[in-house]
Design a protein around this ligand. Structure first.
Ligand code: FAD
Length: 431
């Protein structure tokens, strides 16, 4: 098969989730965005008897949720020492616990809803690109053990072949709690589960504007969609990196970062086993990282090469070659193996690289999951639904100020993306 510019995961989903036939004129809660976050919120709300509709501009899961690496990871994008320095021990203890809880949350949904998405607690392996990175692992693992009673295992370079069929790294660190899944199947299962619970799902329905109004003295929102306007008592913004000017206050706080993935042809079993003997979710220690794993049908899925513009045909094609070279740098064994798929997607970063949630212009939101959104977006969706139902706000990130872009990183309606890129490259260099 020659290389196709399409999302491999999408080819494993049998049929797209059908839209509900009618657009309601009033709902208790309107959710903008049909990815993990919006659909998980809708599922929880519907199960709790709330009248909820999800508006998705494209098809359910069309955004990052169907395109990602399918790594269901512990921890957060920032390292624990950095987080503790910023937010203090107590706050980070709760954040870390939330990261573990969010994996349980995905597992529970997969089991309860019987979602056929190859969820497996296969663990993750972080590999060190520099000796200094490896030297930090010991300290990091000890800190995580002490503070969170969570065990990570250090893998010295001489034992690394038990974990990965590559000799380029300085050692690794394994977390057995992390999991892997097929994200396209998971998001489509989540949509079906939300629908079964009674949520109204509207695809190809773009929200163009949201206005706060009042009706009989009670506050509500007028949500203008590409089909027609509807009223909602509450709104959840779950539009991730794809957030548009329809909700400008959120838009200006999210940094959209492109990431690309290739998938090889199906590999023979012995080769697949050599590359990843324990079938881990693997990523390296750089900010501009490579992340990779075997798919359930034994392709090598290799991602990275963050690019600071949304994906276009050109950037996707260029990325395929760059990633193929990167992959062969890690795994010379894959030289000569065909790359059959390449695709791109956009990640939702925030300026301080942690997730945020709360209310913005009176609407609930959660965003900034970066490379941890499979678990985090699912969990935040459940939590936002809980807040609407009157649960106490125990989200550990909730009280943290959500920074907007500093002068220079944003100009007018668009991000000065090369500058944002330069910022991450600097981080990489410093580490
Ligand atoms: C290439 C790539 C690899 C990744 N790998 C991993 C990984 O291995 N592990 C991990 O945990 N995370 C990973 N991530 C991140 C993860 O996929 C995201 O954080 C997560 O999917 C975000 O989910 P979401 O529901 O918030 O947003 P999305 O899934 O992006 O959904 C947002 C949806 O909102 C819709 N939308 C936006 N505006 C409007 C509007 N005005 N009206 C209607 N609809 C609208 C969009 O069409 C989109 O479908 C990766 C991301 C990418 C791109």
């Amino acid at each position: 098969m020659s290389m196709q510019e399409k999302n491999y995961w999408a080819t494993t989903v049998n049929s797209p989730v059908a839209s509900s036939p009618q657009l309601p004129s009033f709902v208790d809660v309107a959710v903008i965005g049909g990815g993990f976050c919006g659909l998980s919120a809708a599922r929880t709300l519907a199960k709790r008897g709330v009248n909820v509709a999800v508006f998705e501009a494209e098809t359910f899961g069309w955004g990052a949720s169907s395109r990602n690496g399918g790594m269901v990871l512990t921890g957060m994008k920032l390292s624990v020492p950095t987080l503790i320095k910023r937010y203090g021990r107590e706050a980070v203890r709760k954040m870390y616990a939330a990261s573990l809880e969010s994996i349980d949350c995905v597992e529970q949904i997969v089991r309860e809803e019987n979602i056929d998405c190859d969820f497996s607690r296969c663990g993750h392996l972080e590999v060190a690109c520099k000796q200094a990175h490896f030297d930090g692992y010991e300290e990091s693992a000890a800190l995580i053990q002490r503070e969170f009673n969570h065990e990570l295992r250090i893998i010295p370079k001489k034992e690394l072949r038990n974990e990965i069929g590559s000799d380029i790294y300085f050692g690794g660190m394994v977390d057995e709690t992390s999991a892997g899944l097929n994200p396209a199947r998971y998001v489509s299962g989540l949509a079906l589960a939300a629908q079964r619970a009674g949520a109204c799902l509207c695809d190809h329905t773009r929200v163009e504007k949201v206005e706060a109004t009042s009706f009989n003295g009670a506050h509500e929102f007028r949500v203008q969609t590409s089909r027609r306007a509807i009223s909602a008592r509450e709104v959840i913004l779950a539009s991730g990196a794809y957030t548009t000017e329809a909700t400008p206050a959120l838009r200006k706080k999210i940094i959209p970062i492109g990431s690309y993935i290739i998938a090889t042809e199906v590999l023979p079993d012995p080769l697949a086993r050599e590359l990843s003997p324990r079938n881990r979710m693997i990523y390296d220690s750089k900010h501009f990282l490579y992340y990779y794993r075997l798919t359930p049908d034994k392709r090598m899925l290799f991602g990275g090469r963050a690019a600071f513009f949304p994906e276009t045909e050109n950037t996707v094609r260029q990325s395929a070659e760059i990633l193929r070279r990167g992959m062969i740098g890690v795994y010379p064994q894959l030289r000569g193996r065909k790359v059959e798929f390449v695709w791109g997607g956009t990640l939702d970063f925030t300026l301080d690289v942690i997730p945020h949630s709360g209310k913005i212009d009176g609407m609930y939101f959660a965003a900034g999951f970066a490379g941890h959104g499979v678990a985090a977006a699912t969990w935040f969706g459940v939590k936002l639904a809980g807040l609407i139902c009157g649960d106490p706000n125990d989200i550990p990130f909730a009280g943290i100020t959500f920074p907007a872009a500093p002068f220079g990183l944003r100009s007018g309606h668009t991000w000065a993306l090369p500058l944002a890129g330069a910022w991450y490259k600097i981080l990489d260099f410093l580490n």
